[in-house]
Design a protein around this ligand. Structure first.
Ligand code: FAD
Ligand code: SF4
Length: 327
């Protein structure tokens, strides 16, 4: 597999990046660490002739206790024990992404916008050509759910559920200026595996903001994957809450790896706040989340197995998050 030629642009500020994106509309991708984008380019998946590298934009770099720049490397977060100690659910998720080598280049912004996955899509050009291309790249039909309208590829980033459980916000910049919104709103709940985010054309992620309340939350991220040293999530469950003994004072639960976008279940968790969280309630919560998610058979593990594991992972995540001394 080879990388086709492209023109590389290296803006030095957010404003310059947005201007360049406007000029190259529809003909470029942003390049962060390249650990997702460039392997996809090598497989000839939705190539663009221009790449806008974000490496030289100082505002996108670094992290502070309440802010993570989009170009912050996962390895830099991993090396900061004080930062991760504030956010145990995020610590779990960061450490579970890929391998140390990928985390050395992979960024937080890239992780939030990682391409959705499907075993008919993440294949070489020749593999796809032999079967017949699909709706998400070069073709007109879906092979998972045969029809021509919608893609069921799975959202497979690890950080989004953890950041959603912390009520993080995402700051973006685009032709219409800056905006800041809950991180869950970055994903299009009405979209699909192709139209998966709510970013306007040319809009880029600048930073993630963590509210003061997030540091009070004890949480866990539990990830189901085939090879623990390496693989994308087949399911990822993030919980974060504030507990007073058995009583729940705040609770968020977000799930990735089973739908085309990560999802939170506030109606279920809000109903538990103020009460005690016994085994029956935890079991009912897990079973209801499992009932609502919609995995399809487009990754290695069977959809039914992934669904059944949702309830198990909700139970495990909550048990660990609430254990004495957790986090
Ligand atoms: C072997 C292997 C295993 C992996 N396993 C996992 C895993 O277990 N879990 C997981 O979550 N990921 C996994 N990944 C995917 C990927 O490496 C990580 O998600 C990584 O964090 C992506 O970051 P990046 O900076 O390399 O993104 P890039 O590849 O540079 O970009 C990814 C996408 O985001 C867009 N983008 C990047 N930054 C911005 C921005 N600031 N604003 C707007 N758009 C932007 C790019 O245009 C591109 O579409 C794996 C990758 C490999 C190669
Ligand atoms: S879900 Fe269907 S359209 Fe989407 S990548 Fe898979 S085969 Fe292609």
């Amino acid at each position: 597999m080879h990388l086709d030629p492209f023109e590389l642009h290296r803006p030095a500020s957010v404003d310059e990046t947005v201007r360049l994106a406007h000029d190259l509309a529809g003909r470029f991708d942003y390049l962060a660490g390249g650990t997702d984008l460039l392997p996809n380019y090598k497989m000839h998946l939705n190539l663009r002739p221009h790449l806008i590298a974000l490496e030289d934009v100082p505002e996108l770099r670094g992290h502070a206790p309440d802010r993570i720049g989009a170009m912050c490397r996962l390895a830099d977060l991993e090396a900061d024990a004080t930062f991760l100690g504030r956010y145990p659910v995020l610590a779990d998720a960061v450490r579970e992404v890929a391998t140390p080598l990928v985390r050395a280049s992979g960024t937080v912004g890239g992780n939030l916008l990682v391409e959705t996955r499907c075993f008919f899509f993440n294949q070489s050009y020749f593999w796809r050509a032999s079967l017949g291309f699909c709706l998400k790249a070069d073709g007109t039909e879906c092979h998972v759910v045969p029809q021509k309208e919608k893609c069921y590829a799975t959202f497979s980033g690890d950080l989004a559920p953890a950041l959603m459980a912390l009520d993080a916000e995402v700051e973006t910049a685009g032709p219409e200026g800056r905006r800041r919104r809950p991180i869950g709103e970055l994903y299009d709940a009405k979209g699909d595996g192709i139209r998966r985010v709510t970013l306007a054309p040319g809009e880029l992620v600048v930073a993630i903001h963590l509210p003061a309340e997030a540091a009070r939350r004890r949480g866990r991220y539990k990830k189901l994957r085939v090879r623990p040293s390496y693989d994308f999530p087949e399911l990822g469950v993030a919980v974060a809450g504030v507990w007073d003994g058995a009583r729940v004072d705040a609770l968020r639960l977000a799930v990735g790896g089973v739908d085309p976008h990560p999802r939170r279940f506030d109606d279920l968790t809000d109903a538990l706040v103020g009460g005690t969280l016994g085994d029956d309630r935890v079991r009912a919560l897990g079973e209801e989340v499992a009932r609502r998610v919609r995995p399809v058979h487009n990754t290695f593990l069977q959809a039914d197995y992934r669904r059944r594991m949702v309830a198990v992972y909700v139970r495990r995540a909550l048990a660990e998050a609430r254990a004495p001394g957790a986090g």
